[in-house]
Design a protein around this ligand. Structure first.
Ligand code: GZL
Length: 312
């Protein structure tokens, strides 16, 4: 697990001398901060000169940063695309400049020849695993679920919603009664959960909250407590990322399940670039990282300890 989550133990490809631009979305969640930290260490381990640009979750800032990298003549561009559309022009400019682009942790709706490869989890699977966990958890009890969606128009928000609906499709007793974006942040997740609680008999009518990431779930947990209810028992909590704080909540019985998302997308991305530069090897177009369900049965304190210090 430690290897999968942090710099791999074996020797990294030598990319010294390579200048790589990284257009990062921002630092909206603990997972995002970990991805940034792991990307920096993966780049350093390979001798890469990494140029970092934080977009504060705005697409226009990412597009500006990518144009800057092209003007600088970087050797490659890593980008985590905040939303799925609107990238065709800037990526065509990168292609024109013969600068390979690698997508990290989110996909885009664009011609596949505009990027070398995409390193991400199967986000539909993540949602389905969360839905199937809830089906298993509630049995044949009626269950009204409220959903905290990720950033509007982002591939994880679209895919995790689809996957969860697939996961609960077999259970006619489970219904999503409210669904709204919390933009992947704790504060917005708390705010939206407060509204959900108010409009559902103080939360008495809510059986579970499904959050597209742990940070919104942690915000929702606070709102549930403020409403005088017990998160994890009165209202089940299931989310995605596997950040340390969700394991703290699971250990305390305040959350129930999370689907792990590795923050190490950059390792596979840099290895694909190394092979491409070494002998023209074309990587798989989609490099899929694994998704694993964790509950109270999986030593949450130990999982917390294993992740603390990995840049979260
Ligand atoms: C998913 C990634 C999401 C995380 C959130 O691959 O893009 O963005 O699940 C983050 O924590 O905001």
């Amino acid at each position: 697990l430690a290897t999968a989550l942090s710099t791999a133990a074996f020797a990294q490809a030598d990319l010294s001398g390579k200048v790589i631009g990284f257009s990062q979305i921002g630092s909206e969640s603990g997972w995002r901060a970990a991805e940034t930290s792991v990307t920096r260490s993966e780049a350093e381990a390979r001798g890469v000169d990494l140029k970092f640009a934080d977009a504060q979750q705005k697409q226009e800032n990412q597009i500006k940063a990518i144009r800057g990298f092209i003007a600088q003549g970087v050797d490659a561009i890593l980008m985590a695309p905040v939303v799925a559309t609107g990238w065709d022009d800037v990526l065509a400019e990168a292609k024109e400049a013969e600068i390979p682009v690698v997508l990290l942790d989110r996909g885009i709706d664009a011609p596949e020849d505009l990027y070398l490869t995409s390193v991400a989890s199967d986000q539909v699977l993540e949602g389905r695993v969360a839905g199937e966990w809830l089906v298993n958890e509630v049995g044949d009890e009626d269950c009204s679920v409220v959903e905290l969606q990720g950033t509007v128009g982002s591939s994880p928000a679209i895919n995790r919603k689809q996957g969860f609906e697939e996961g609960i499709a077999s259970a006619s007793n489970i219904k999503i009664t409210q669904s709204q974006t919390g933009d992947f942040t704790r504060s917005k997740g708390k705010e939206v959960m407060e509204a959900f609680l108010k409009s559902s008999n103080g939360g008495a009518d809510i059986c579970a909250v499904y959050a597209h990431n742990d940070d919104m779930a942690v915000g929702a947990i606070q709102a549930i407590k403020d409403a005088g209810l017990k998160p994890g028992t009165d209202i089940k909590v299931v989310s995605i990322d596997g950040v340390p704080d969700i394991f703290t909540a699971i250990a305390a019985g305040e959350a129930n399940a999370t689907v792990e998302l590795t923050p190490n997308m950059a390792g596979p991305a840099l290895d694909a670039l190394a092979a491409y530069w070494a002998d023209g090897t074309e990587p798989e177009k989609f490099i899929i990282t694994e998704s694993k369900l964790y509950t109270a049965e999986n030593d949450p304190q130990g999982e917390y300890d294993r992740r603390k210090g990995l840049g979260y």
